[in-house]
Design a protein around this ligand. Structure first.
Ligand SMILES: [Zn+2]
Length: 222
């Protein structure tokens, strides 16, 4: 049985050119709000769909639920494998798990409603789905999220258990949804321990704290 810890963490900047063209690690993109954002650089490498089916991100969420895409995703990530997903998907799964426990029933993520690569047909502007931190829910238990009543109700519930959830309001305009509930945790990026994220800077020094005196009376120093 494969687990999250079995997955290789890869530096997107060191992937082969074909993968980099699809994933665009560390590249800058402009959002609809006019702000420029840097796409994620660090990914879990998912060697096969079978592994995605087995790996749990949270007690009630498997990795495949965030990777389920149709022909709108680039064929490199659908057909040829392996797949890649930004590390921050684990934060989303933890937040969704809190929601799942509150509703105490099945929470269904739409196809194309989890991680989408920058090459995905629905990836416009700086879609937060390209960060792996957004989920479109189409159903909770027996309730379809396709009307103002259910979308508003579950949106309120989600923010009760995870107040930092960003939600899109009901509607048919830009930045609104009428056939699913969009939840995201903001443009979060996870940088793994033991891997550098920035170029060396001779002006950058360590923080001054953590000396023996400050640590006195404390156990551990992490
Ligand atoms: Zn969405």
């Amino acid at each position: 049985m494969h687990q999250l810890g079995d997955l290789e963490v890869v530096d997107g900047l060191k992937l082969p050119a074909r993968e980099r063209q699809v994933l665009r690690p560390g590249e800058l993109v402009r959002g609809r709000d006019g702000f420029t954002r840097r796409l994620p650089r660090w990914f879990y490498r998912v060697p096969s769909w079978e592994v995605a089916l087995e790996v749990s991100l949270a007690p009630h969420f498997k990795l495949w639920e965030f990777l389920d895409v149709d022909v709108r995703e680039h064929e490199l990530l659908r057909v040829h494998g392996p797949r890649y997903v930004p590390l921050a998907v684990t934060l989303l799964a933890a937040a969704l798990e809190a929601f799942r426990r509150e509703v105490n029933t099945y929470v269904h993520i739409s196809a194309n409603g989890g991680y989408r690569s920058p090459a995905h047909g629905l990836s416009g502007h700086a879609s937060v789905h390209c960060w792996g931190v957004a989920a479109n829910l189409y159903r909770v238990g027996d309730d379809l999220l396709d009307d103002v009543k259910n979308i508003s109700r579950y949106s309120d519930l989600a923010r009760e258990v995870f107040p930092a959830f960003q939600v899109l309001p009901f509607g048919s305009g830009v930045g609104e949804t009428d056939d699913h509930l969009h939840l995201d945790v903001g443009y979060a990026v996870v940088t793994p321990h033991g891997m550098g994220d920035e170029e060396a800077d001779k002006n950058a020094g360590p923080l001054p704290g953590g000396g023996a005196e400050a640590r006195r009376g404390r156990k551990g120093g992490a």
